[in-house]
Design a protein around this ligand. Structure first.
Ligand code: SF4
Length: 255
């Protein structure tokens, strides 16, 4: 943390983070970091959190991000849990996923540059895994699965060695060749439980009666929040592109 100025949002992503036995300890640590402004756990509503997690989840910085897997009973039970314990949550209905295969697509360096520049996950979802900061969750997962080897280009040693400038100055990543983020025009896959390629998601969603009005206000805030995130992304992207001449100089200097 000593090398970081601030983190706008820290996410425990999945798989299903609530299955992790040490999630309470991890939450406590992250919530106590003053440089982190917002913390959330993403869940698919298949698990009601353990009671020991309630005090952490009631923290003003925390909210639960609930994915719409389409099981109305499970969703209702989790909403009730959140409502009863005053835990903030956001329900992501109508999510769509990018189809992913993790196979080499044989993309050229220029294609990889374009993909890396287009990819929001590569800019907003930096992920820590096994003592290293990766550009995105996909690369961290690929490293965990042994599909890529961690190196100075795809990840940064967070114990303090390594050059954070060089890490963020990368303009493409070989790992993107096995990923479909940042590729335009792919048909998206509706999120939810699938069996034999068939989506099991209910056509309805659960909305707590008591929250109908609050929900409208929250959605408005969320829309504004998303606009803010989009602006951050665009300004980051512009700054990133402004660094291109410097990257080129750095590369020449190193040759
Ligand atoms: S691996 Fe995928 S998610 Fe990560 S930066 Fe490349 S395109 Fe984006």
């Amino acid at each position: 943390m000593s090398q970081i100025d601030e983190v706008a949002r820290y996410s425990f992503a999945g798989g299903e983070a609530l299955l992790y036995k040490e999630i309470g300890k991890a939450l406590e640590y992250i919530l106590n970091q003053t440089k982190i402004f917002c913390v959330h756990i993403t869940t698919n509503a298949t698990i009601i959190p353990d009671e020991s997690l309630i005090p952490f989840m009631q923290h003003p910085k925390f909210y639960l991000a609930i994915s719409d897997y389409g099981n109305l009973r499970q969703q209702a039970a989790l909403f009730e849990f959140c409502y009863k314990h005053s835990i903030k949550y956001h329900f992501h209905e109508q999510q769509e996923w990018i189809p992913m295969e993790w196979v080499s697509h044989g993309r050229s360096k220029d294609e990889l540059k374009k993909q890396f520049s287009n990819c929001t996950a590569g800019k907003n979802c930096h992920t820590v895994y096994d003592g290293r900061l990766y550009h995105c969750g996909q690369m961290a997962a690929m490293a965990a699965a042994g599909m890529i080897q961690p190196n100075q280009f795809n990840s940064l040693d967070i114990t303090g060695e390594g050059d954070i400038f060089e890490f963020f100055a990368q303009d493409y990543q070989e790992a993107c060749d096995m990923c479909n983020f940042g590729i335009d025009g792919l048909p998206l896959v509706p999120a939810g439980e699938q069996e034999n390629g068939k989506l099991e998601r209910s056509p309805f969603i659960v909305v707590p009666r008591s929250e109908l009005e609050k929900r409208k206000a929250w959605e408005k805030e969320l829309t504004e929040g998303n606009k803010w995130l989009e602006q951050q992304y665009l300004s980051y992207k512009a700054k990133y592109e402004r660094l291109n001449p410097m990257r080129e100089l750095l590369r020449r200097f190193k040759r």
